[in-house]
Design a protein around this ligand. Structure first.
Ligand SMILES: [Zn+2]
Length: 107
């Protein structure tokens, strides 16, 4: 993966990581590769540590340019599931005009 800077990203877990069914994580990173390496090493967010400890596989499924804490919160309002290409019923980006207006997609 290219080393994206200042991005928001969406992580999809292969199965829910808790009883409330959490299966996504949205974050903001200055350097995405560094952040992902930390997540892999369980040195980042609690939720990723938990997934790693449970042996639940995960991957970055979306990345948005011009990331910020504000954008992260904005994306969280959509809900990870609705933004996830694996889980959303709106699998095509073009089917998500509201989101496309707010954030420019990298992948
Ligand atoms: Zn998903």
């Amino acid at each position: 993966m290219a080393d994206y800077e200042n991005v928001c990203y969406l992580i999809h877990f292969e199965r829910p990581i808790n009883k409330s069914g959490t299966q996504h994580y949205i974050g903001f990173a200055l350097h995405l590769n560094e952040r992902i390496a930390k997540h892999r090493a369980s040195k980042g967010a609690q939720i990723l540590r938990r997934a790693n400890a449970l042996g639940i596989r995960w991957e970055v499924v979306r990345v948005w340019r011009n990331g910020s804490r504000e954008a992260e919160l904005g994306l969280k309002q959509f809900g990870g599931k609705n933004l996830c290409p694996r889980c959303s019923k709106f699998r095509k980006v073009s089917a998500r005009p509201r989101e496309a207006r707010l954030f420019s997609l990298v992948r």
